[in-house]
Design a protein around this ligand. Structure first.
Ligand SMILES: Cc1cc2nc3c(=O)[nH]c(=O)nc-3n(C[C@H](O)[C@H](O)[C@H](O)COP(=O)(O)OP(=O)(O)OC[C@H]3O[C@@H](n4cnc5c(N)ncnc54)[C@H](O)[C@@H]3O)c2cc1C
Length: 425
C-alpha cells in the first residue's frame, strides 16, 4: 500500500519534471528561464503533495487497518514540511526570475487565476501555522480550518488549470483527475465517518490508581465499542482548554463492560485526565491501530516496558476469556516493583500458556522468578522457548524499543516476526 503511494508520487513528479525541462534538453537555457522553470515544477509538485496531504488526512481512518493511523499522522507531519518547501518555492522562484515581487504577493482580481493562486498561498500558510499551534486551537475552530483545506485545493486547481501552461498535457490532466477524485472520495468518507460515530458517548466511571504516576481511566460507553486487543483510541477532554486529541491503548479486553485506558502522567493532558470526576464526558475516536494478534498458531513473545504493558494486558485478558491456549511469554521491564502495572492481575493468572518474567532495573530484592537489569539477548534466549516459531511484540519507551529490535535482528529474527508499537506522540 505504502509502495503504491510512493510510486504514484515518484512517477507524477518525474512526468512533471520531464514536461517542464524536456524542451530545453537540446538548447541552452538562460538563468531566468531556469528559475522560472524550477518555479513551475515546484508549483506542480507542491499541488500534487498538497492534494495527497489532504487526501491522506481524510482517508487516514480507512487506511488505519493497513498501516495504522498513528503512523499515517506521524508521516503527515513530516510530509507537510516537504510540501511547504515546494509551495513556497513556487512563487519564490517566479519572483527571482522576474525580479517582480509584488505581482506574486498582492492579489489582483482582474487576473483571477493568479489572484486565487496568491490567496491559496496565504490560506496554506494559515493552515500550516494552525497545525503547529493545534494544541491551542479549539476543536470546533480546527474543524472549520479543515474546510479551508478544500477551499485551498479548489483555488489551487483553478489557478493551475488557468495559469499553468503545462496543464494541457494529457499526463498532467490525468494526474489532476486522480487527485480530484481522491479529494472528493476522501471528503465524502470523512463526513460519513463523522456522522456514523457521533452517536457514541463515554462517561467516567472510575479513576483507579495503579502506581504513583499511572492510573486507569474506566469509561462507561453508551453502546459497546468493538475493538481488537492492542488497539488504541484518541481521547479528548472538553475542558481546561485541552483541545488536542491524545492516543491511548485500550487496557480492558473487548468482553469487559468498561472501556479502560491505563495512563502514565507525562504532561498537561495526562495530568488533567487523572483529575476527571465520575460522570464527566470523555470524547473517544477509534478504535485504531494494527498492533493486534494476527497469527493464532505461532508462539507469542510480548516485550513490555513501563506503561507499554497496556496492549498486552488486553490481549492476555482476552485470551483468558476465550480460553485460548496460544503460548505467551511476557518479558516485562520496569524500574522497581512499585512501578509494575497490573502485577496483581498478572500474578493471578495461573494458566500453563502464560510464562512471565519481571525485569527490574533499580530494584534491590529479586525473587527467584524475577531478573535484575534490562531486556538483553541472553534474557530473551533464556525465556522464550521457540524463537524461530515466535512472533515478537514490543511496546515500551523509545530507547528500550530500539534496543530490543536491534537485539532481535542480531539474533536472526525475521523482520516480519517483529511487531512494534510506538507510544511516542
Ligand atoms: C499508539 C499510541 C498509544 C499510546 N498508548 C498509551 C497508553 O496506553 N498509556 C500511556 O500512558 N500513554 C500512551 N501513549 C502516549 C500518550 O499518547 C502520550 O504520553 C500523551 O499523549 C502525552 O500527553 P501529555 O499532554 O500528558 O504530555 P505532553 O505535554 O504532550 O508531553 C509531556 C512531555 O513528555 C514527552 N512525551 C510525551 N509523550 C511521550 C512519549 N510517548 N514518549 C516519550 N516522551 C513523551 C513530551 O516530549 C514532553 O516533553 C500512546 C501513544 C501512542 C502513539
Amino acid at each position: 500500500m505504502q509502495y503504491l503511494f510512493f510510486i504514484f508520487l515518484g512517477i507524477s513528479s518525474i512526468i512533471f519534471a520531464n514536461i517542464i525541462f524536456n524542451p530545453f534538453v537540446s538548447q541552452s537555457i538562460s538563468t531566468n528561464l531556469l528559475l522560472y522553470s524550477v518555479g513551475k515544477l515546484a508549483g506542480l509538485i507542491g499541488f500534487l503533495f498538497l492534494s495527497v496531504l489532504i487526501i491522506s488526512g481524510d482517508t487516514a481512518r480507512f487506511f488505519d487497518k493497513f498501516i495504522g493511523i498513528d503512523k499515517i499522522i506521524k508521516f503527515q507531519r513530516k510530509f507537510a514540511l516537504i510540501t511547504a518547501i515546494f509551495v513556497i518555492a513556487h512563487p519564490l522562484f517566479f519572483m527571482l526570475s522576474s525580479g517582480n515581487y509584488l505581482n506574486y504577493l498582492i492579489p489582483n482580481f482582474i487576473v483571477l487565476p493568479l489572484a486565487l493562486g496568491i490567496i491559496s498561498l496565504y490560506v496554506f500558510i494559515i493552515i500550516m501555522i494552525c497545525s503547529v499551534l493545534y494544541k491551542k486551537i479549539s476543536y470546533q475552530i480546527w474543524q472549520y480550518i479543515h474546510i479551508l483545506t478544500y477551499i485551498l485545493f479548489f483555488f489551487s486547481l483553478y489557478h493551475a488549470l488557468n495559469v499553468g501552461s503545462d496543464t494541457e498535457n494529457i499526463f498532467v490532466k490525468r494526474i489532476f483527475d486522480i487527485l480530484l477524485i481522491g479529494i472528493i472520495t476522501g471528503g465524502i468518507y470523512r463526513a460519513y465517518y463523522k456522522i456514523k460515530h457521533k452517536k457514541f458517548k463515554y462517561f467516567v466511571k472510575e479513576i483507579k490508581w495503579e502506581t504513583s504516576d499511572v492510573f486507569t481511566l474506566k469509561l462507561k460507553p453508551s453502546s459497546k465499542l468493538h475493538f481488537k486487543p492492542g488497539q488504541f483510541c484518541f481521547l479528548r477532554i472538553n475542558k481546561n482548554k485541552l483541545y488536542a486529541r491524545h492516543p491511548f491503548t485500550i487496557s480492558s479486553s473487548p468482553n469487559e463492560d468498561t472501556l479502560d485506558f491505563t495512563i502514565k502522567i507525562t504532561g498537561k493532558f495526562t495530568k488533567i485526565a487523572s483529575q476527571l470526576k465520575e460522570g464527566e464526558e470523555v470524547i473517544i475516536d477509534g478504535p485504531f491501530g494494527i498492533f493486534t494478534i494476527k497469527d493464532g498458531k505461532k508462539d507469542l513473545v510480548f516485550i513490555a516496558g513501563g506503561v507499554g504493558i497496556t496492549p498486552f494486558i488486553s490481549m492476555i485478558k482476552n485470551q483468558l476469556h476465550f480460553k485460548k491456549q496460544q503460548k505467551i511469554t511476557l518479558l516485562y521491564g520496569a524500574k522497581t516493583e512499585k512501578d509494575l502495572i497490573f502485577k496483581k492481575e498478572l500474578d493471578k493468572i495461573k494458566e500453563n500458556w502464560l510464562k512471565k518474567k519481571f525485569i527490574l532495573s533499580k530494584e534491590e530484592k529479586h525473587p527467584e522468578d524475577w531478573e535484575k537489569g534490562y531486556i538483553t539477548r541472553e534474557l530473551i534466549e533464556k525465556n522464550a522457548d521457540n524463537l524461530k516459531n515466535s512472533i515478537f511484540y514490543i511496546c515500551g519507551p523509545e530507547l528500550m524499543k530500539n534496543g530490543v529490535v536491534k537485539t532481535l535482528k542480531d539474533m536472526g529474527i525475521k523482520e516480519h516476526n517483529i511487531i512494534i508499537e510506538s507510544f511516542f506522540w
